[in-house]
Design a binder for this molecule. Structure first.
Ligand SMILES: *[C@@H]1O[C@H](CO)[C@@H](O)[C@H](O)[C@H]1NC(C)=O
Ligand SMILES: *[C@@H]1O[C@H](CO)[C@@H](O)[C@H](O)[C@H]1NC(C)=O
Ligand SMILES: *[C@@H]1O[C@H](CO)[C@@H](O)[C@H](O)[C@H]1NC(C)=O
Ligand SMILES: *[C@@H]1O[C@H](CO)[C@@H](O)[C@H](O)[C@H]1NC(C)=O
Ligand SMILES: *[C@@H]1O[C@H](CO)[C@@H](O)[C@H](O)[C@H]1NC(C)=O
Ligand SMILES: *[C@@H]1O[C@H](CO)[C@@H](O)[C@H](O)[C@H]1NC(C)=O
Ligand SMILES: *[C@@H]1O[C@H](CO)[C@@H](O)[C@H](O)[C@H]1NC(C)=O
Length: 237
């Protein structure tokens, strides 16, 4: 009873979706909100407040499946998803030094509504980051980031040990644990440079950029997430 009152409060104040990793595994349930994490654990970089697992999951040395449910809790119906890898156990808490190696280009996710939705996303063959070779027994951590449309990010991780493809310790991937729900959509992300680094700004160039910004705002797209400091414009189409 108390639990359901608390949950309602959380939904109305926090108001954003959370991620559950369904394949190949999860560090553990970090959908927690308490006095230590008044905004919720999942906002904590790099792995949503969860320490490195002792129970690692096996994952293929040539890359493999990753599946997750992005729509826990009420909130936004659009997000940008990043999937990164961190190598080894030389970093804090016997985890990776950093989570800086991108596995797939970031992509837009379109949910059915602002309400909680149970849909699942499955990427059946996520490759290793470019120019990396992993051997059976190597340890790494996969990080899934859900960037909400207001700019804050939710983190979830799974700690893996690489195994040769076909190793029976790798969890079987099938249509039960790895599928795309029909109520979820995807969007590509494009970058349009509006001012090159070092370019001399000219009044006519400025107004052209301003008119692009104006059209984005009038289209109401993505709450105007425009990192002008980077000289780039993110568009979700
Ligand atoms: C590891 O153990 C924790 C705690 O029992 C559990 O929540 C988590 O799902 C486990 N992870 C894997 C990959 O089995
Ligand atoms: C909040 O939850 C985390 C994770 O379970 C736990 O480590 C922490 O002690 C909790 N804080 C409080 C004040 O209960
Ligand atoms: C990988 O992690 C496992 C389980 O935590 C550990 O037993 C093993 O020593 C680690 N391997 C390396 C190379 O660090
Ligand atoms: C990030 O991690 C990689 C692999 O562990 C390491 O080679 C690199 O130096 C790290 N980068 C920074 C900035 O610490
Ligand atoms: C899919 O794999 C899981 C885990 O091995 C298993 O529990 C489930 O029964 C499988 N489903 C089908 C349809 O084969
Ligand atoms: C799910 O959709 C993504 C994005 O279109 C696609 O890359 C992936 O292959 C799909 N997964 C399955 C199991 O079809
Ligand atoms: C500024 O724009 C005008 C009109 O397009 C152009 O003639 C001029 O060369 C530009 N100046 C610079 C510094 O780019």
């Amino acid at each position: 009873m108390l639990g359901s009152v608390f949950t309602t409060l959380v939904l109305s104040t926090l108001a954003t979706a959370h991620v559950i990793l369904t394949y190949p595994g999860w560090r553990g349930n970090n959908l927690i909100e308490n006095d230590t994490y008044p905004f919720g654990m999942q906002w904590m970089y790099p792995c949503g407040g969860m320490g490195t697992s002792r129970n690692r999951t096996f994952w293929p040395t040539l890359g493999g499946a990753i599946a997750f449910q992005p729509g826990w809790f009420q909130g936004h119906d659009k997000a940008t998803i990043y999937i990164n890898l961190g190598f080894g156990t030389d970093g804090p808490d016997n985890g990776p030094k950093n989570m800086s190696f991108t596995m797939v280009p970031p992509f837009g996710l379109l949910g059915p509504s602002k309400g909680p939705y149970p849909g699942t996303v499955c990427l059946p063959q996520v490759p290793l980051p470019p120019n990396t070779v992993m051997n059976p027994g190597d340890n790494a951590t996969i990080q899934v980031v859900e960037l909400a449309q207001h700019g804050a990010a939710l983190y979830s991780c799974v700690d893996i040990t690489f195994a040769a493809p076909g190793d029976p310790r790798i969890g079987h991937v099938n249509e039960t644990n790895c599928f795309n729900s029909t109520d979820l959509g995807f969007a590509d992300i494009y970058t349009i440079t509006t001012k090159e680094v070092g370019a001399i700004v000219n009044a006519s160039t400025t107004s052209a950029a301003a008119s692009v910004l104006g059209s984005i705002h009038s289209a109401g797209a993505w709450a105007g997430y425009v990192p002008l400091g980077l000289g780039a414009l993110w568009l979700l189409l």
